[in-house]
Structure formats: C-alpha cells, structure tokens
Design a protein around this ligand. Structure first.
Ligand SMILES: Cc1cc2nc3c(=O)[nH]c(=O)nc-3n(C[C@H](O)[C@H](O)[C@H](O)COP(=O)(O)O)c2cc1C
Length: 212
C-alpha cells in the first residue's frame, strides 16, 4: 500500500464557536450520539497513561458514563494502566470517529470511583464478563491460554447458582477533564479546532480556536 498517496478531503461538517455549548461535556455527548453506530464501538477511546520512567502508553477502553464531572471507564486496578494511574493521575483521552471526520482530545486527572458505583456496574454485566474479570490478572504474563480457560471453567462451576462478587481489584475510574479539544475535519486541511480550558478561578470553560 502507498501511504504517501492516501489522501482524503474532509467536507462533512463544520465546527463554529457560536455552535459550541458553554459545557464541553454537552458537546462531547452530542458528538458521541452523532458517532453512534451499531457496528462500531463509537464509545471506544484511546487512554494514555505515563509510567514511572516517563514512558507514555496508550490503549483502547470503553466510555461507560459521561457527566459534567467526567468520563467513567472500568478496568483491572492492577493492570499496567491501573499501576500507572496510581503513580501519575494525569492522563489523556482521544476519540477518533473517521466516519464523521472528528477527533476529540481530552486531558484530565484519573481517580477511582466509589466501591458502591463499581459494584452497581459490575452487577449489571453479563456473568461471562464478571467471571472474566476475576479470571484475568490483566497485564500479567500468561504462559498458556489454556491456563486462563481452565480458570474460567473452575470459576464458572464455583459460582453456579450464586451471585458473583466484584473482585476488589476491578472497578471504575473517573477522568475529570481540565481541557478538551474538538477537531472537525475541513476541506484542504483547514480543519476546525476548538479548545475548552477550565479557568482555575471560577471553573468556567474558556473557548478558543486553534490554527489547524
Ligand atoms: C474496542 C476495545 C475496547 C476495550 N475496552 C476495554 C475496557 O473498557 N477496559 C479494559 O480494561 N480494557 C479494554 N480493552 C483492552 C485494552 O485495550 C487493553 O488491552 C487492556 O486494558 C490492558 O491494558 P494495559 O495492559 O495497558 O493495562 C479494550 C480493547 C478494545 C480494542
């Protein structure tokens, strides 16, 4: 494939300041709705964390809740990302929806949500996912896939006919954003970029336009 020649012009939408709500969470919610697709995880976001040695690391997780306070996702607290967020609460999130020519970039601070809220979400998951969360010591080395599969079989019979309790090392994080950047692809690479920065004084969001 010739990557040099791959070239696409973006003409589907525009992003103008006067269409931007005062709250970036409202605009993100609107864009998530517009990105919705039955065949693609439009709530998939790239989460970047930074390890102790300063090395950033990115992976996809699924947004499970969006409020004015922040963005919630669920994972294993002892995974690589969990360990990195324990060392450094500053994270970055990126959404990319090529079918509507949009990107959203968010910076914020990660913290664990309450055990009560994690329990509520865990209890709403399919049993197979609950067992998977217990069976997987996420991000640890697994010599044989069979070891994991055997553990799933063991746990499935252990919990037969019973509620499955949430393991303490699995739960939610909330990312409380301090900036958002909404990127709308435009023709001839003259894209729209609107940034929201939260004022330290009164918490209001300040909107500015960036050069593409
Ligand atoms: C579409 C998609 C959705 C995913 N959603 C999650 C998720 O919500 N939580 C999670 O822990 N991992 C999720 N993963 C797996 C992560 O990308 C990653 O492999 C895993 O969390 C381990 O990351 P870590 O070793 O950096 O902690 C998802 C992967 C994909 C491709």
């Amino acid at each position: 494939m010739s990557y040099e020649k791959a070239r696409k012009d973006y003409t589907k939408h525009v992003l103008l300041e006067h269409d931007c709500p005062s709250s970036p969470a409202i605009l993100l919610d609107q864009w998530l709705h517009e990105a919705h697709s039955d065949s693609i995880d439009s709530n998939a976001m790239t989460l970047s964390t930074v390890g102790q040695n300063g090395q950033p690391s990115s992976r996809i997780v699924l947004l499970r809740e969006l409020t004015e306070k922040g963005i919630v996702f669920y994972t294993n607290y002892n995974s690589q990302k969990g360990r990195e967020m324990a060392e450094n609460e500053l994270v970055s999130i990126n959404f990319f929806w090529p079918w509507i020519e949009r990107q959203v970039r968010i910076g914020g601070k990660a913290s664990k949500i309450s055990a009560f809220s994690s329990d509520e979400y865990f209890n709403s998951r399919p049993r197979e996912s609950q067992i998977g969360a217990i069976a997987s010591t996420q991000s640890q080395t697994l010599k044989l896939r069979e070891t994991l599969e055997n553990r799933v079989t063991e746990l499935t019979s252990k919990f037969e006919g019973q509620d499955i309790p949430r393991p303490e090392n699995w739960g939610g994080y909330i990312i409380e954003p301090n900036y958002f950047e909404f990127w709308q692809g435009r023709a001839s690479r003259l894209h729209d970029r609107v940034r929201y920065d939260q004022s330290i004084e009164d918490g209001q969001w300040l909107i500015s336009r960036l050069y593409p």
